[in-house]
Design a protein. Structure first.
Length: 474
């Protein structure tokens, strides 16, 4: 049985500049299948790292002759890229079994199987065990009805098997299969942030989130549960990536890592192993967690945490309450100040295009961000991703004016507000960036900052033409 995992050719999110992350999702799946059956022929093809366009991808599939092709899940904005990958496989050989998964296709499993004949199977929810049982059943020519978490087509009928329980102990999962892409590990990069030659890899320290933000698809996908890996397991993986592949810039991909006792223990492990001087890592955190765990920040910095992204989201309590975010705007400045005091690069992410937004409210958001003064601000348009409460509301109320999944990338407005057209929402996004990065004082202090990440970021952004790219969207 030959299984080919594919990271398709795709465009990256230009707001963060030039970067190429390793395809963590399919590396995890490939490693899991390898741990269960070493007789299967497993291969991971990263079209980005190998610089393959669509024609070369087709040739690669022709030569690989897979029985099963599994595409990276990616994000909603890459839906058509994924479908084109499956179409390419079917063009090569209609008998190739095609598999998709991830949050988008889990949320729209029924719709996707009805609309896209190139999809044979949708692995819903957590993928490792379901994909293994699917491939095992195909290999042994066994019926698929007992594979929990699987959706598939049986003639003209769409079958949705019962959901699969979540893995109880994530420590038992193998390390992601970076050995499958070892030949081009040097190509993975994050040029805006990573020191020259540092490389770039991803580490998953937990899955899920107990918060229920209306715009987030993560919590529902993971069943509103939070399942952490142990501090020792996380440090083991970080050490493995560094010692085996020489990668020393790592992103903790968790939607909500938390900054309490467990993170403190991770730091203790990294310091004990003498890794803290060799690696740099960054993560996402809530503003209230930053404040509640301020005593941990100095240890985190000592352990190699140089950068924290905080979802401040909005300037007004009403919006945050409507999002079920559970934080307060009044926490934002203190959270940013605490990070900067500990020499941790402070990134704020903000939401514009709220349903009740008008020109005045978005100006208030800009004023708020300038007051909070993070090291860097990333503004995103409120986007109703499938699987979110926001998507269900927007579809029910008829707010959606754009059904092109390629535009569900948080920089294209796909719905208006009560007071602004989509074009006006788009223009306001540009004005948000211009307000923050147009400040000569901010640019000068950024370029000459003592914080090496801030200094590198502002120097990199100076030559990227971000503002022009955003202006061209409206």
């Amino acid at each position: 049985m030959k299984i080919l995992f594919v990271e398709p050719p795709k465009a990256f999110w230009f707001v963060m500049g030039e970067y190429m992350p390793p395809p963590l999702g399919i590396l995890q799946l490939a490693a899991y299948l390898e741990s269960k059956n070493d007789n299967w022929d497993l291969e991971v093809l990263d079209s980005q790292a190998k610089d393959l366009g669509w024609t070369k991808l087709q040739s690669y599939i022709e030569s690989a002759k897979p029985d099963v092709l599994v595409s990276s899940a990616l994000a909603s904005c890459n839906t058509f890229t994924i479908l084109r990958t499956l179409e390419t496989a079917k063009k090569v050989d209609p008998d190739i079994k095609t598999v998709v998964g991830g949050q988008h296709f889990t949320a729209l499993a029924d719709e996707s199987l009805k609309m896209y004949p190139e999809i044979d199977f949708v692995v819903r929810g957590e993928g490792e065990e379901t994909l293994y049982e699917l491939v095992k059943s195909l290999d042994e020519n066994r019926p698929l009805q007992n594979v929990k978490g699987l959706s598939f087509r049986n003639g003209s009928q769409i079958i949705h098997n019962p959901p699969r329980p979540f893995i109880t102990n994530l420590d038992l999962l193998p390390f992601p299969g970076y050995h499958f892409v070892e030949d081009h590990m040097h190509k993975y990069n994050f040029k805006m942030m990573a020191p020259s030659g540092a490389g770039y890899a991803l580490v998953e320290a937990s899955r899920g989130c107990t918060y229920k933000c209306t715009f987030c698809s993560q919590w529902k996908h993971w069943g509103s549960k939070w399942r952490p890996k142990s501090p020792e397991r996380i440090a083991d993986e970080m050490e493995h990536i560094y010692t085996e592949y020489g990668i020393n810039f790592l992103w903790m991909t968790d939607d909500n890592l938390g900054l309490g006792k467990r993170t403190s223990q991770i730091c203790d492990e990294l310091i004990r192993r003498d890794l803290s001087e060799d690696i740099a890592w960054f993560l996402q955190a809530r503003s209230d967690d930053i404040i509640k765990n301020r005593e941990n920040l100095s240890k985190m910095r000592k352990a190699g945490n140089y950068w924290i992204m905080a979802g401040l989201e909005r300037h007004d309590d009403d919006s945050l309450q409507n999002y079920h975010k559970g934080i307060r705007p009044s926490d934002s400045k203190l959270a940013m100040d605490l990070l900067k005091e500990n020499d941790i690069f402070a990134q704020a992410t903000l939401i514009t295009g709220d349903r009740r937004d008008n020109h005045e409210s978005i100006q208030n958001l800009r004023d708020f961000v300038n007051y909070v003064d993070p090291d860097i601000a990333i503004f995103m348009i409120l986007t109703p991703f499938p699987g979110t409460a926001l998507y269900e509301t927007a579809r029910r109320e008829g707010w959606l004016e754009d059904d092109n999944w390629a535009n569900y990338d948080m920089v294209h407005a796909v719905m208006p507000t009560e007071h602004l057209s989509r074009s006006e929402v788009q223009e306001e996004l540009y004005l948000c960036y211009r307000s923050f990065y147009g400040s000569m004082k901010r640019r000068i202090t950024g370029v000459f900052s003592r914080n090496k990440f801030k200094r590198k970021t502002y120097r990199y952004m100076a030559g990227q033409g971000l503002m022009q790219s955003l202006k061209e969207l409206y």
